[in-house]
Ligand binder design. Structure first.
Ligand SMILES: Cc1cc2nc3c(=O)[nH]c(=O)nc-3n(C[C@H](O)[C@H](O)[C@H](O)COP(=O)(O)OP(=O)(O)OC[C@H]3O[C@@H](n4cnc5c(N)ncnc54)[C@H](O)[C@@H]3O)c2cc1C
Length: 463
């Protein structure tokens, strides 16, 4: 409890007692969006939030030049709900420039830089002959090409597709995709899970179908001017009752009169209905009375969350101009990927964003923070000697170590989609569930908004 309070930066406010029609747990995008909708329908809504900050997994570092995003970065042309909400909140959407998106990766294998030609000829490259000239980061696309059985992005939960609910490794292996293609594409810098073995093929197929659908509308990527976190902040400003921050929910009890929610600091809230928007990685630490049951309980207890860390390194000298290479790197080591953050009118590179995922992020999590930072900078300096003395850590977010997310986005292990995807947001008496993990046809921020819409209708139509 102490550690959580310290992480939340909570300022020992006195405990509160309050009552509302609807209590929303969590002031991320899904919780706030459902709260605003229900308020528009005339309900009295109170949102409570553990952190002192609004926005959850949308987190803009307003204090770092260039306003880098620590969480939700960007969105595609099919993010209708996000775009509509941003416009309604008076925010401006801009299109990422080509320059910002297309920073060329340098390849780092075994701790050393390799050009495309060197990679093609390297004994470390054990790809089949026809793929030797392709780069490792292309392998997930190569493997999935022409092999996605999903028709659209909303049929991933159907009975017909449950036969593909095996690991992405087994799915591809059965289709004769070579081991090395699978390893490079799905186990080194995985977008989902920690390796090709612990993630459902349907998860990847769903994502691929969804991304393709976005690109079909328009092949562009967007963000909110001045930082994505402004969207949840503006939504919060619309609420008649201010969001109660620094209140960490520890129990949810339902009786014949309604629901009682208790917080770690002793605050007690009562309401007719509760919307729980917290990630299941956190919900599983909360006491429910009566307890959750069936496949919903299994989902809450076991749904895995991505291990993902975002590290911002301020660049005091453009060392890449000295070694003539791109600042961005794809590595097969501890750093994961290193992206170049561009800001300012000329879109100069002002920071490197190191993004280890899966086992590599978990490894860094096990080190004391100072040591992790030291090793990350030392690793870059070893790969790029001209970077010596040029880097300074200005932000370090391990989403896995953060007690209020306990991971990044939700992912499905093999067999879990078939087992519980359709019951993942079952109504528990007077308690309703939303959040990106419960979305059906979308992912990320748009998934959070989609789930908010569904849960608001659920509450409005409840007896
Ligand atoms: C590194 C990263 C990159 C991403 N990139 C993208 C992207 O490019 N595009 C995209 O669409 N999406 C992206 N996402 C995902 C997107 O940010 C999330 O899907 C979305 O913000 C989730 O919203 P939510 O409301 O479901 O959950 P959350 O934002 O997590 O909201 C839940 C809220 O509950 C609060 N809470 C937790 N525990 C308690 C408790 N015990 N008591 C009270 N409150 C509690 C949390 O503090 C939080 O505010 C990214 C996420 C991360 C982390």
């Amino acid at each position: 409890k102490g550690a959580r309070a310290a992480q939340a930066g909570s300022t020992a406010k006195p405990p509160r007692t309050a009552k509302a029609d609807v209590l929303v747990l969590g002031a991320g995008l899904s919780g706030l969006s459902s709260a605003v909708t229900l308020q528009e329908q005339g309900l009295d809504v109170q949102v409570i939030e553990a952190r002192e900050r609004i926005g959850g997994r949308i987190f803009t570092r307003f204090d770092i030049p260039g306003l880098p995003e620590v969480g939700g970065q960007s969105f595609g042309a099919g993010y209708g709900r996000v775009m509509d909400a941003a416009t309604r909140m008076g925010l401006k959407i801009y299109q990422y420039s080509e320059k910002r998106l297309r920073t060329k990766f340098e390849l780092v294998v075994n701790g050393g830089l390799m050009s495309a030609e060197e990679w093609a000829a390297s004994p470390l490259n054990t790809l089949p002959d026809d793929l030797r000239k392709r780069m490792p980061w292309e392998m997930s696309g190569v493997a999935m090409q022409g092999r996605n059985p999903l028709v659209g992005s909303d049929d991933w939960r159907s009975d017909a597709n449950s036969v593909y609910d095996v690991s992405i490794h087994d799915f591809l292996s059965e289709r004769n995709v070579p081991e090395e293609v699978i390893r490079l594409g799905f186990s080194l810098n995985p977008y989902f899970g920690t390796s090709a073995h612990d993630i459902s093929a349907v998860q990847y197929c769903f994502n691929q179908a969804w991304v393709a659908g976005q690109a079909e509308i328009a092949p562009h990527v967007y963000a909110i001017e001045g930082g994505n976190q402004q969207l949840p902040m503006r939504l919060a400003e619309k609420l008649k009752r201010p969001v109660d921050t620094g209140r960490e929910v520890v129990s949810v009890a339902t009786n014949k009169d309604g629901v009682e929610v208790r917080c770690q600091d002793g605050s007690v809230y009562r309401a007719d209905r509760v919307i729980c928007s917290l990630p299941y990685s956190v919900v599983r630490t909360i006491r429910f009375d009566p307890v959750l049951t069936g496949n919903h309980a299994i989902a809450v207890a076991t749904l895995p969350y991505m291990i993902n860390t975002v590290i911002f390194l301020k660049v005091n000298r453009p060392f890449w101009e000295e070694d003539g290479l791109s600042p961005a790197m794809w590595t097969d080591g501890m750093l994961g990927t290193v992206a170049a953050h561009r800001s300012g009118p000329n879109e100069d590179v002002t920071a490197l964003v190191v993004n280890p995922r899966g086992h590599r992020a978990a490894y860094l999590d096990r080190l004391p923070r100072e040591e992790a930072i030291r090793r990350v900078i030392a690793e870059i300096e070893s790969i790029r000697p001209k970077a010596r003395g040029a880097l300074e850590c200005v932000g370090y977010q391990s989403w896995n170590q953060d007690p209020y997310s306990a991971g990044d986005w939700a992912v499905f292990a093999p067999g879990q989609i078939k087992r519980f995807a359709r019951e993942i947001a079952s109504v528990h008496g007077r308690v309703h569930f939303c959040g990106e993990h419960t979305a059906v046809a979308n992912r990320g921020m748009e998934g959070a908004m989609e789930s908010a819409e569904r849960v608001a209708i659920e509450v409005m139509t409840a007896g």
